[in-house]
Design a protein around this ligand. Structure first.
Ligand code: FAD
Ligand code: NAP
Length: 311
C-alpha cells in the first residue's frame, strides 16, 4: 500500500511531492499522464513567480521543479488515472487507464484544468488544423502571417503579445469592451502596433478546406459580420477543471461547487477524509503557479498528519 498518491504533476502536484518526500514520507507516488510540469509548460513566458526575476518560457521554468522533487525520492507512474474510490477500510483505490489498481492511505488530487471550447462552428473540425489553444506550440506555423486570437483574459492577451514576435498581425477578438486580463497586460497589448482589436464580437464560424483554416467569420453584437482571411485562430476562453476521476456513476465522491471545483478547507482537505485537493482543481483557486504550489505544500503537510494519525 502506498502512503500517498499524488494525481497530477503540475505545480501543485510537484510541490506536494517535494514537501511529502523531503518531509520523510516513504512510498509517495506521482501519477502523471504526460510530461510533468502542468499547463504552465504551454506558456510563452512567466514573469510573476516570486523570486524568479528572469522572464522565461513555462517549460524552462518548470525544469528545476522536476529535478528538485525527484531528488528526495518521489516516484512517478506515467499513467492516466481514470477513477478514485474510497474503500471500506479507509484506504483509496486508484484505477489507471492501463487497467492497474493501486492502493493508498491518502490522495492529493492535483489534476488542474484544461482549455475550454468556445463553441463556434468549425472549432472541432479544424482543431489542430488551424484552431489551436497553444501559441508556444503552434505559433511558429504562422510566421509572418496574420492570425486571430479569441478571448479577453490574461491568457488571450499575453499569448497575443507573444504571437506578435512571430506573426505579421494579430486580430484580438473579444466579446465586450472591458477585459478580464490584468490592466498592465491590457495596456501592453493596446500599445502593440501588431494587434488589432476586434471588440464586441464573437466567432461565428471558422472555415477552410483540406489544407486547414482559411478564414474566420466574426459576428458583432449589432449583428454585422466581418471576414478575417487568416490561416489560424488561437482560442483562450477560459478553463474547465479536470474532475472526471472523482466521478462515480455520475456523482462526485466529494463535495464540489456548481462549476465542479472541489470544495476544500484551509488544510486542502475535501469532504472525504484522506482526500486532499490542491491547485486549479479546488474551489476559488486564483489559478496561479504560486498559489498552486502553496496549495500543494499545504496538502502534503495535511496528508502527512492524516496518515500519522491513522490507526
Ligand atoms: P496543472 O498545471 O493543470 O497540472 C495538472 C497536471 O495533472 C497536468 O500535468 C495533467 O497532465 C495532469 N493530469 C490531469 N488529469 C490527470 C489524470 N487523470 N491522471 C494523471 N495525470 C493527470 N500562472 C501564473 O502564475 N503565471 C503565469 O504567467 C501564467 N501563465 C499561464 C499561461 C497559460 C497559457 C496558461 C494555460 C496558464 C497560465 N498560468 C499562469 C496558470 C497556471 O499555469 C496554473 O494556475 C497552474 O499550472 C495550475 O497548476 P496545477 O498543478 O493546479 O494544475
Ligand atoms: P479567463 O480569465 O476565464 O478568461 C476567459 C476569456 O474568454 C474572458 O475574457 C471571456 O469573456 C472569454 N470567453 C469565455 N467564453 C467565451 C466564448 N464562448 N466565446 C468568446 N469569448 C469567451 O481565462 P484565462 O485567460 O485562460 O485565465 C484563466 C486563469 O489563469 C485566470 O485566473 C488567469 O488570471 C490565470 N492566468 C494568469 C496569468 C498570469 O498571472 N500572468 C496568465 C494566464 C492565465 P468575458 O470576460 O466576457 O467573460
Amino acid at each position: 500500500m502506498l502512503n500517498l498518491a499524488i494525481i497530477g504533476g503540475g505545480p501543485a502536484g510537484l510541490a506536494a511531492g517535494l514537501y511529502a518526500t523531503r518531509g520523510g514520507l516513504k512510498d509517495v507516488v506521482l501519477f502523471e499522464l504526460g510530461m510533468p510540469g502542468g499547463q504552465i509548460t504551454g506558456s510563452s513566458e512567466i514573469e510573476n513567480y516570486p523570486g524568479v526575476a528572469t522572464i522565461m518560457d513555462g517549460l524552462s521554468f518548470m525544469q528545476p521543479w522536476l529535478e528538485q522533487c525527484f531528488r528526495f525520492g518521489l516516484k512517478q507512474e506515467s499513467k492516466k488515472v481514470v477513477k478514485v474510490v474510497k474503500n471500506k477500510d479507509q484506504s483509496f483505490s486508484i484505477f489507471t487507464d492501463s487497467g492497474d489498481e493501486f492502493k493508498a492511505k491518502a490522495i492529493i488530487l492535483a489534476t488542474g484544468s484544461e482549455p475550454r471550447k468556445a463553441g463556434f462552428k468549425g472549432e472541432n473540425e479544424f482543431f489542430g488544423k488551424g484552431v489551436s489553444t497553444c501559441a508556444t506550440c503552434d505559433g511558429f506555423f504562422y510566421k509572418n502571417k496574420e492570425v486571430a486570437v479569441l478571448g479577453g483574459g490574461d491568457t488571450a492577451l499575453e499569448e497575443a503579445i507573444y504571437l506578435t514576435n512571430i506573426v505579421s498581425k494579430v486580430y484580438l477578438i473579444h466579446r465586450r469592451e472591458g477585459f478580464r486580463a490584468a490592466p498592465i497586460t491590457v495596456e501592453k497589448a493596446k500599445k502593440n502596433p501588431k494587434i488589432e482589436f476586434v471588440l464586441n464580437a464573437v466567432v461565428d464560424e471558422v472555415y477552410g478546406d483540406k489544407s486547414g483554416v482559411t478564414g474566420v467569420r466574426v459576428k458583432f453584437n449589432d449583428g454585422k459580420t466581418k471576414e478575417l482571411k487568416v490561416p489560424g485562430i488561437f482560442t483562450f476562453v477560459g478553463l474547465n477543471v479536470r474532475n472526471s476521476i472523482i466521478k462515480n456513476d455520475d456523482k462526485f465522491i466529494c463535495n464540489t461547487n456548481e462549476t465542479g471545483q472541489v470544495e476544500v478547507d484551509l488544510k486542502m482537505q475535501t469532504s472525504i477524509k484522506g482526500l486532499f485537493a490542491a491547485g486549479d482543481i479546488r474551489q476559488d483557486a486564483p489559478k496561479q503557479v504560486v498559489s498552486a504550489a502553496g496549495d500543494g505544500a499545504v496538502a502534503a503537510l495535511s496528508a502527512m498528519s492524516y496518515i500519522e494519525n491513522l490507526h
